[in-house]
Design a protein around this ligand. Structure first.
Ligand SMILES: Cc1cc2nc3c(=O)[nH]c(=O)nc-3n(C[C@H](O)[C@H](O)[C@H](O)COP(=O)(O)OP(=O)(O)OC[C@H]3O[C@@H](n4cnc5c(N)ncnc54)[C@H](O)[C@@H]3O)c2cc1C
Length: 436
């Protein structure tokens, strides 16, 4: 029933950003405050799932029960400028948190490609950016206030309810509702961004050194071109420079036109792409961190990203490229390559060492079965671990072998949610296969 405390959204249909996941929740509710949220936790039909921006490609947030959004529960609650920490609404969007924190002279140490996600959603899937010394976002969280299935608000940190804290750091929303998060921040900073077009061989040869020497480094390889774009960000005190709006979407649409114009004529396509790369001007701009690190992605796609052990990753990349360029002329999205530092979080893909992440994309209207049939096996043979919010086919049996603390996570999960209030059918395949 409509009321101002638990505001219902009209038409209880839900789909994620790319449209490959849909659900018909019995209710989509947006509680106004903690009291309303606690009441819902006790009474709402399960499975209870919280959704952030719906930017995951797997059904991690989907439910036919109750879907909750924490968008109305505030932004920044308190800031400790000396410690460079802040308590924030875990459901707030990164794009709103960044300017609000900048007003206190603070910033996230790192961000991914976009910043429309909720903080809790990003944390829950170990969302990452790129940088040899930079961890995924989950590693920046010092404490949570988490609402358990029993409707109890518990504060968790390394010093208080430690097991629950470890589990909450990357949890896919399976432990409890992350209501507030205490984030470790850094002084607000500016970055110098440079992009350039380079042959694949040069990108591969220089990758290791660039990760070691540049704060943020990544590259995109454009299939069927032999070329890619390198992107670096370095700290600077220099003033911000004028910057034109990013034309990433136009560039991707240009690649799509090249594919559509001559889908099977790879020689013409390569020639067209060579012309486009010859005209590539690159960027050389200075701006504040969050505006340069994150950009908009308006051409919808589906994505698989695996995090690979350092030693194997570039060979894996070449194998993936060979497969795509031999068998998949329909692919036009660039392949993204990034690196993240080691952390110690139970379900973080980076908890056994720094890893290099390789992401493949398919236009949202194109089929992507080949991710599972041909690309995922290449990733898996090399010891890859999947991004929790991106496409993969792994289930409980695979994951116990990949994560030493997986069973411990499942045990803590069962203890804190014995009736499976948070368990959607998809989450059962990951955490409680015996209950399916
Ligand atoms: C265009 C695009 C670009 C992307 N770029 C990157 C990137 O650069 N790096 C990267 O690592 N990933 C990237 N991703 C993946 C994305 O960051 C993750 O899938 C992230 O989880 C999405 O955040 P969200 O707020 O949309 O969460 P959702 O997808 O809505 O939810 C993700 C999970 O978090 C849980 N959750 C959400 N809120 C709460 C809460 N308050 N309490 C408990 N659980 C909660 C949900 O139940 C679900 O299990 C990208 C995705 C897209 C579509």
């Amino acid at each position: 029933m409509a009321n101002t405390i638990n505001k219902p959204e009209t038409g209880a249909e839900w789909s994620n950003w790319s449209g490959n996941q849909t659900a018909s929740p019995s209710a989509i509710l947006v509680p106004a405050d903690l009291h309303a949220l606690k009441t819902l936790m006790k009474t709402a039909p399960g499975p209870v799932r919280v959704v952030g921006a719906g930017h995951s490609f797997t059904p991690v947030a989907a439910t036919d029960g109750t879907l909750l959004k924490l968008d109305r529960m505030g932004l920044v609650h308190s800031v400790d400028k000396a410690k460079k920490t802040a308590w924030v609404n875990a459901g707030a969007r990164l794009k709103d948190l960044s300017p609000a924190l900048e007003a206190y002279g603070l910033a996230f140490r790192n961000l991914g490609d976009i910043n429309v996600q909720s903080l809790a959603g990003a944390i829950s899937t170990a969302t990452h950016g790129t940088g040899e010394t930079l961890s995924c976002l989950s590693a920046e969280i010092l404490s949570f206030k988490v609402l358990t299935a029993a409707g109890e608000l518990v504060t968790v940190s390394r010093d208080e309810n430690r097991d629950l804290f470890e589990a909450c750091q990357v949890s896919l929303g399976a432990i409890g509702i992350l209501v507030e998060a205490e984030v470790q921040l850094v002084d607000a900073y500016r970055l110098h961004r440079k992009t350039s077009a380079e042959p694949l061989a040069d990108l591969l040869a220089s990758a290791k050194t660039r990760w070691q020497t540049l704060r943020n480094y990544e590259f995109f390889y454009v299939p069927f071109s032999g070329y890619g774009i390198s992107i670096s960000h370095e700290l600077t005190d220099a003033p911000a420079s004028p910057r034109e709006e990013s034309d990433d979407d136009d560039a991707v649409l240009g690649l799509k036109r090249a594919r559509d114009y001559a889908p099977d004529d790879l020689a013409s396509r390569k020639q067209f792409l060579a012309g486009a790369f010859a005209e590539f001007e690159g960027e050389n701009v200075i701006g504040n961190s969050w505006e340069l690190l994150a950009s908009e992605r308006n051409v919808p796609f589906n994505e698989m990203e695996y995090h690979l052990p350092e030693g194997a990753a570039l060979d894996v990349l070449q194998e993936v490229i060979t497969y795509i360029e031999t068998e998949r002329p329909d692919v036009f999205f660039p392949i993204e390559v990034r690196k993240s530092a080691r952390d110690d979080i139970w379900l973080s893909p980076f908890n056994d060492g720094s890893r290099i992440s390789i992401a493949v994309h398919a236009y949202a209207e194109d089929e992507y079965d080949f991710f599972f049939s041909h690309i995922e096996p290449i990733f898996r043979r090399a010891g890859g671990r999947p991004h929790w919010g991106k496409l993969h086919s792994l289930t409980h049996a695979d994951l116990t072998g990949l994560y030493p603390e997986f069973d411990r996570f499942c045990q803590v999960r069962r203890e804190v949610d014995p009736d499976g209030r948070f368990l959607s059918p998809y989450l059962k395949t990951l955490f409680e296969p015996g209950t399916i």
